[in-house]
Ligand binder design. Structure first.
Ligand SMILES: O=C(O)CCC(=O)C(=O)O
Ligand SMILES: [Fe+2]
Length: 912
């Protein structure tokens, strides 16, 4: 063994020499944030390139093999996956087949490759113009600033894809996006995870009227992306109408009987969320038009068709700006008053002035489409706004009201539009006309002669507005043929591709992304069929079109633990009290349990008693570094195949069903909303889940048996279920409770990775005297948070007491960065049917051998003072040697220390 130590020492000399003896150990006194950072990030600067390239495993393996060969125990079978393993577990990348094209599109979008974010999408448009005949030069359509690196994608075999689809089959539940029976395409995914009902919008991706989830994701601790009252009212009204008329209001396909189109759209979707997550130019969950920077970017023309609206091969005329309200008598939406101000109309005016292209998407609810639209949502093409004006239409009680209208022309007129009807003749170039102008004698403002009745002033502030000088019939009033046949040369920028090109590894590498960033959670356009596909699976995109088996991956590189530690320090500059806000009505205790600092918060109930307690087991570096501790688990979970997926959720108060923005997987007994077979039993679970569950059992047991607790009525039941949640950068879980009827009173969560803020607030309509609520907010649906805590890597939170779930709800917002939360619960067998009970007993049983992961709160954790200690690596190795020789460390402990030592050096190298 001594020879081995000699060899290890040689290596340590080498390490120290390479590091210039620069490894500064943390002092036992409180380090400043700056010095902590310096320790982590500055030291590696002195590392040689060879050392920098050493992986965690190679360093620890080198140390282990030098010291321990032959090892009496061998290396642990449960050692976390090495970085190398993690890398290899990624699928190989190949070349995507990206062969879809349309007969009508002159845009070749398929061989460009660039990352387009919401913000920069419009910046990549190249200056360019249209020819006088309305066509485009092909060259001018090529966006030169797009990087054309080859795509990397993986084609997964049909059977693998079938397997994926087995669990995410659409066409299972016959309700539409909006919960209303609809067309076949509109059916949501089969639910794989519990289906939550909540009124929190963060999970459901609305902001204000058009909504922009990804822009809002990552907003911390604010509630400014809540639905407006107006939208809530709209939602209420919508369901009221649905009930009244008993007719499907959304996603009603009115295309029957129309001729087939001559082509196919290059981009399409069957859910709004698919469009919004995929297309940088469309992100409106509830309104038709999408504006960005107050400029109209796109518009969805669906079932709301107004009088005189036009939709032909080259032009679209539509009303904008809403303003329709429910007519109680007829159940129809009618204009009730003049539409004078409209920010949407202004956004179209801006688009017209700035010559900014507008994408048009047509829905199957549109009854005036010239042909049968093949999918629910079909991207037509880029258009430009030629006219924005106000006109009068018959409104409620047949009173004429003023509304806003917009006319748009297709930019590229060189090809026939894909939506032109088969057997229709192309529009004749010679037929194109110019509309006459009319100068108003009263206001001196010029207006186009737009209507068949004759000229009228279209200046709404003029007394002659919409006065044709003759009485006209509202039902026959129409646009003048010249106005419809007019074509305008577009002098704006190249609109860029309609189908955003897929993200590539090259692009991720260029921006230093690992594969969990927000842009990796965007949807993508299927390179085979053009369907907008959401990132439903943690590891890849799979086409949501059941007839297509396209899948696509980009890299997901392991996030080193050093990143987690460094990010933690980034948030360390606030004093702890800033991150912990506790209402005075909550009783707090502090103690030490195992190696954790335990903070207990007893939440009050409605009768002056205690509803239950929140216990926050605060981990620390010592706990986290232990074998199979949070550092190991964080590495291990990244290499485990958990098949995390985003699940469907329903928005309370509306019938909207969308996917949550976090990814989940259920293990052990099935959750209430799961199909029993969909949960993998603990015996099939990756070891990381068992190891984590054992930690939570320890914490849960402590919480329930703690003699200080006054409100316990039920003893601790071993957890039999674990829900793993994965958060990409910027994802969160909105307010909800964990009070499903099948659950026991104790819920424990282990946090791994990025820090997060957890908030608790009383639910709507609860009156908790201890909070002496402000009369102003007392009846508010969204009450203020009464408890805010920061969850750090390794922390465990235990909620105990059923009343907590009844009276309170909680939300968790990671600071950003990769995070996992593993939550254990007890599914109460008595709440299940006899068959479900059998399945739950089987799946919720811990597998034989799992006792070796039993946890004691790191009670006798060996302080790894040497890692990082006060000393150089050489001293550290000497210290370890001495401890081993006097029997203070046995061989497994020695192994563990050496591995941690290796990891430590790699972590500092990794954070360079
Ligand atoms: O992410 C977390 O820490 C909490 C997760 C949670 O609340 C849940 O799974 O119900
Ligand atoms: Fe929860």
């Amino acid at each position: 063994m001594d020879q081995d130590y000699e060899a290890a020492l040689q290596l340590s000399h080498q390490l120290n020499a390479n590091m210039g003896q620069n490894v500064v150990a943390p002092s036992t006194t409180r380090e400043t944030r700056a010095s902590k950072k310096a320790r982590i990030s500055d030291s590696p600067a002195a590392l040689s390139p060879e050392l920098m390239s050493l992986t965690e495993t190679t360093v620890s393996d080198a140390l282990s093999s030098l010291l321990l060969s032959p090892s009496p125990t061998g290396s642990s079978p449960e050692a976390p996956s090495s970085q190398e393993d993690l890398m290899h577990s990624q699928s190989p990348t190949g070349t995507a087949s990206s062969s879809f094209s349309t007969p009508t599109s002159s845009y070749d979008n398929t061989n460009t490759s660039m990352v387009v974010t919401e913000e920069d999408w419009f910046l990549v448009q190249k200056q360019g113009g249209q020819n006088s005949d309305g066509t485009w030069d092909r060259e001018s359509l090529v966006t030169t600033n797009m990087n054309t690196s080859p795509k990397k994608a993986v084609r997964v075999t049909r059977s693998a894809s079938r397997e994926l689809q087995r669990t995410s089959v659409a066409h299972q539940i016959n309700i539409s996006d909006d919960g209303i029976p609809g067309s076949e395409q509109e059916q949501p995914q089969k639910l794989r995870v519990r289906k939550r009902e909540t009124d929190d919008d963060d999970d459901f991706l609305f902001d204000d009227k058009q909504s922009s989830p990804d822009l809002m994701e990552g907003v911390q601790g604010t509630s400014d992306h809540k639905p407006t009252q107006k939208r809530k009212a709209m939602a209420k009204m919508t369901s009221k109408i649905a009930k009244k008329s008993k007719a499907p209001l959304y996603h009603e396909n009115v295309q029957d009987g129309k001729p087939e189109p001559i082509g196919q759209p290059i981009v399409w979707a069957f859910k709004r969320q698919q469009l919004c997550e995929t297309l940088p130019y469309y992100n409106a969950y509830q309104s038709g038009a999408y504006t960005h920077d107050n400029i109209a970017r796109s518009i969805l023309i669906d079932k709301e068709v107004s009088v005189r609206d036009k939709f032909d091969e080259e032009i679209v005329i539509t009303s904008v700006g809403g303003g329709r309200l429910l007519d109680e008598k007829t159940g129809r939406m009618v204009y009730k008053k003049d539409q004078i101000f409209s920010s949407i109309a202004n956004a179209f005016l801006r688009a017209m002035e700035l010559k900014s292209p507008v994408a048009i998407i047509a829905g199957q609810g549109n009854k005036i489409s010239p042909s049968k639209l093949p999918h629910y949502y079909n991207v037509l093409d880029w258009f430009h706004v030629t006219d924005v004006w106000q006109e009068k239409v018959l409104g409620h009680n047949d009173v004429r009201v003023i509304i806003w209208k917009v006319r748009m022309e297709k930019i590229n007129l060189s090809n026939r539009s894909w939506w032109a009807a088969q057997n229709s003749s192309p529009q004749n170039l010679e037929e194109r006309m110019t509309t006459d102008k009319h100068l108003c004698g009263e206001c001196n403002v010029e207006s186009k002669v737009m209507y068949n009745v004759g000229p009228a002033c279209l200046n709404v502030s003029c007394g002659q507005f919409f006065n044709f000088g003759v009485e006209y019939d509202d039902n026959t009033l129409d646009y003048h043929p010249a106005f419809l046949k007019e074509r305008t040369i577009f002098l704006g920028n190249d609109p860029g591709p309609l189908a955003p090109p897929p993200l590539t590894d090259d692009e991720l590498n260029r921006i230093g992304a690992l594969g969990y960033e927000k842009l990796c959670k965007r949807g993508m356009v299927c390179q085979t069929c053009g369907c907008c596909i959401r990132r439903i699976q943690w590891g890849q995109w799979s086409c949501e079109n059941t007839d297509c088996d396209y899948t696509y991956r980009v890299q997901q590189l392991p996030v080193p633990i050093s990143t987690v530690i460094a990010n933690d320090m980034d948030h360390d500059d606030q004093p702890e009290d800033e991150n912990r806000k506790v209402h005075g009505g909550i009783i707090c205790h502090q103690s030490i349990v195992g190696s954790y600092d335990l903070q207990t918060f007893d939440l009050p109930n409605e009768n002056g008693g205690i509803a239950g307690s929140i216990r926050h087991f605060k981990a620390n570096g010592l706990i986290n570094q232990q074998r199979d501790g949070p550092n190991d688990l964080f590495q291990e979970i990244q290499g485990s195949d958990l098949d995390l997926r985003r699940g469907a959720a329903v928005h309370k108060g509306t019938t909207q069903e969308v996917l949550t923005n976090h990814f989940t997987q259920n293990l052990g007994a099935a959750y209430k909303y799961l199909v029993a077979q969909d949960s993998k039993g603990f015996n099939e679970a990756p070891p990381v889940v068992i190891k984590a569950a054992k930690r939570m059992i320890w914490a849960g047991q402590h919480a329930v048996n703690d003699k200080n607790t006054v409100h316990h009525t039920e003893g601790f039941q071993n957890f039999n279920e674990c829900l793993v949640i994965g958060y990409f950068d910027g994802s969160k879980i909105g307010y909800h409770d964990d009070g499903e009827k099948t659950l026991g009173p104790t819920v424990a969560t282990l946090s791994l990775g990025a820090n997060a803020v957890m908030k608790f607030r009383p639910k709507h309509k609860t009156h908790i005297p201890a909070f002496e609520e402000d009369p102003k907010t007392k009846d508010k649906k969204e009450k203020p948070a009464v408890l805010t805590i920061t969850l750090k890597h390794g922390d465990i939170v235990v909620m105990h007491g059923r009343s907590i779930q009844k009276l309170y709800e909680h939300e968790v917002t990671p600071y950003g960065g990769l995070r996992f939360a593993l939550t254990c619960r007890y599914i109460v067998p008595d709440t299940l049917s006899p068959i479900e009970r059998l399945v739950a007993a089987d799946k919720g049983a811990f597998p034989p051998g799992s006792e070796r992961f039993n946890y004691n709160g790191s009670l006798h954790a060996i302080p790894l003072s040497s890692i990082p200690g006060q000393n150089s690596l050489q001293d550290t190795l000497n210290e370890i040697k001495a401890k081993h020789q006097v029997g203070e460390l046995d061989t497994p402990q020695l192994e563990m220390l050496l591995r941690d030592l290796g990891e430590y050096y790699v972590s500092i190298a990794g954070s360079a």
